[in-house]
Design a protein around this ligand. Structure first.
Ligand code: FIX
Ligand code: ZN
Length: 421
C-alpha cells in the first residue's frame, strides 16, 4: 500500500469515529420553546403543528397569493393543507424548513414517498402525548431540553402557580422580554401582581423588580434568565432597559449564580401581517456585550446573535471574557451553510469552549430534524479539525473525541452553570 493510501485510510477511520461519537452523543438542548407535558396545550406536537411552523408560514406567503387575512382565518388543519399543497406539492421543498418536515416524517418511520398528508395525520392521531415525547426524545437523541418560560404569559403563569411543571427532562429559563423591552407595560403587569414598581424606576421599583425576578427564578428553578434584544441594543445607555439590567437582572443573576442569556439582533414585526413569522434581523454592536462582561465580572453571560455579520465579533468577545459563553445558530442562521461556517469559525477561534447549537424548536417533533441536520454538519466540521490535528502529528484518541463531543452537546452548558466567576 502506498504511504498516502494508508494515510487516507486512517483519516477515513478517524472521520467514521467522529461521526459515530456525534451520532451517539446525548444532547442538552439549551434553548427551545417546548413545554413539559404538564403544561397541556402549550406543548405543541403533531403534523399540523409541524407544517404550520412560522418558518414555513413565511415561505408560504412568498409562494402563494392568498391574502394574509384569508390564511389567518383558516383553522390549523386548513392552514397546514394550504402550506403542504403550496410548498411541498406545487413546488419542491428545497428550503431547510421544508426539508425538516421530510426528515421528521422519515425518522418517525412514515412513508415520505406517499406525500399523503391525511395518512400522516392518521398516524399522529393514534399517538399519546407522553409516549410521543419519549419517542421523539429517543429519535433525536435528546437527554433534556431548556424551555422558554414567560411569567407574563397568561396561559403559562397559572401552571407555575399551581406548581405543576415537574418533568426532569424539561428545565426552565426565565424569559423577561416584556420587562426589558417594554418597561412601561411590563411594570404595570408587575404592579398588578403586587410589586410596588413605577414607570420612573425609583429605588423601590428596582428593589421590587428584583423581588419579582427572585420569586420567579426560584419558583421555576430557572437555569438562566433570558431576553431577546433588538439590533440597536446598547450598554451602557440612559434607558430603562440598561438600568434594569444593571440594577435588577444582574444582581439577581449573580446572587443565584445563573447566567443572563442575551439573544441579540431581532427586529420584531418587520411585517406584522405575518404575525409570529413577521420578525426580521439586523446587525448589532457586540461592544455592548463586551462592556457588560467587563463591568460585571462576577456575572455569567450567554450570547447568541442573529446576524451572520456579528458572528466573528461574537467569537472575539468570547476570547476576551471567560464569563461569556456563546451558543447556537439562532433562527435565520439555522441553515446548513451558516451552521457549517459558524461552527468552523467558533472551533478555530475559541476551540470547544462553545455550545455549537440549540434547536429553538416550537413543536416537539422539530427537534428530530434540527438535531439530525446539525449533528451531520458538526460531525463533518469536527472531523476536518481532528484530521488537521492528526496530520500535524497529534494522536487523536477515541476517548478524547468522545469527551469533546459530550462537552459540546451538553457538558459545557452544565459546567458553565456550576462555574462561579
Ligand atoms: O425570541 C426567540 O426566542 C426566538 O427564537 C423566537 O421567538 C422565534 O420566533 C423563533 O421561533 C426562532 O427560531
Ligand atoms: Zn427562541
Amino acid at each position: 500500500m502506498a504511504a498516502n493510501e494508508g494515510h487516507a485510510g486512517n483519516e477515513q477511520a478517524l472521520r467514521d469515529m467522529v461521526k459515530g461519537a456525534v451520532a451517539r452523543a446525548p444532547v442538552t438542548d439549551i434553548h427551545t420553546h417546548l413545554y413539559a407535558p404538564a403544561f397541556g396545550p402549550l406543548l405543541l406536537w403533531g403534523i399540523d403543528e409541524v407544517i404550520t411552523y412560522h418558518y414555513l408560514i413565511a415561505e408560504f406567503f412568498r409562494a402563494s397569493d392568498m391574502p394574509y387575512d384569508t390564511f389567518w382565518a383558516l383553522g390549523k388543519r386548513a392552514q397546514a393543507d394550504a402550506i403542504w399543497k403550496t410548498l411541498f406539492l406545487e413546488q419542491t421543498p428545497l428550503s431547510e424548513a421544508c426539508r425538516g418536515v421530510i426528515t421528521v416524517l422519515r425518522k418517525l418511520g412514515l412513508d415520505v414517498a406517499s406525500r399523503d398528508l391525511d395518512a400522516y395525520r392518521a398516524w399522529f392521531a393514534a399517538q399519546e402525548t407522553e409516549a410521543q415525547v419519549n419517542r421523539v426524545f429517543g429519535t433525536a437523541g435528546l437527554q433534556d431540553v431548556v424551555m422558554t418560560n414567560d411569567p407574563f404569559d397568561d396561559a403559562e403563569r397559572p401552571v407555575w402557580e399551581r406548581a405543576e411543571g415537574g418533568d426532569a427532562r424539561f428545565h426552565a429559563a426565565l424569559r423577561i422580554d416584556p420587562l426589558l423591552n417594554d418597561w412601561k407595560h411590563g411594570h404595570a403587569r408587575l404592579q398588578g401582581w403586587g410589586y410596588q414598581t413605577d414607570a420612573g424606576l425609583s429605588p423601590r421599583a428596582l428593589a421590587e423588580t428584583r423581588r419579582f425576578l427572585e420569586d420567579w427564578a426560584r419558583r421555576m428553578n430557572a437555569r438562566y434568565m433570558a431576553v431577546s434584544l433588538p439590533p440597536d441594543f446598547a450598554f451602557p445607555e440612559d434607558s430603562p432597559r440598561a438600568k434594569l439590567i444593571a440594577e435588577a437582572v444582574l444582581p439577581v443573576a449573580r446572587e443565584r449564580n445563573i447566567p443572563f442569556a442575551m439573544m441579540i439582533g431581532v427586529t420584531r414585526q418587520v411585517n406584522p401581517a405575518l404575525r409570529l413569522a413577521g420578525d426580521g434581523v439586523g446587525t448589532a454592536d457586540v461592544t455592548a456585550v463586551e462592556r457588560l462582561c467587563a463591568a460585571f465580572p462576577k456575572n455569567k453571560f450567554m450570547l447568541t446573535m442573529l446576524a451572520r455579520e456579528n458572528q466573528h465579533a461574537c467569537c472575539v468577545a468570547a476570547r476576551k471574557f471567560r464569563n461569556l459563553l456563546v451558543f447556537g445558530c439562532w433562527w435565520f442562521l439555522n441553515d446548513p451553510i451558516l451552521i457549517e461556517e459558524i461552527t468552523r469559525m467558533r472551533l478555530e477561534l475559541i476551540g470547544p469552549a462553545v455550545i455549537p447549537q440549540h434547536s429553538d424548536a416550537r413543536v416537539l417533533e422539530q427537534v428530530i430534524y434540527k438535531w439530525d441536520h446539525s449533528r451531520e454538519i458538526i460531525a463533518r466540521v469536527l472531523a476536518d479539525k481532528y484530521c488537521d490535528l492528526s496530520r500535524a502529528g497529534w494522536a487523536v484518541t477515541e476517548e478524547e473525541v468522545t469527551r469533546d463531543v459530550a462537552d459540546l452537546f451538553g457538558g459545557r452548558f452544565w459546567r458553565f452553570l456550576e462555574y462561579a466567576p
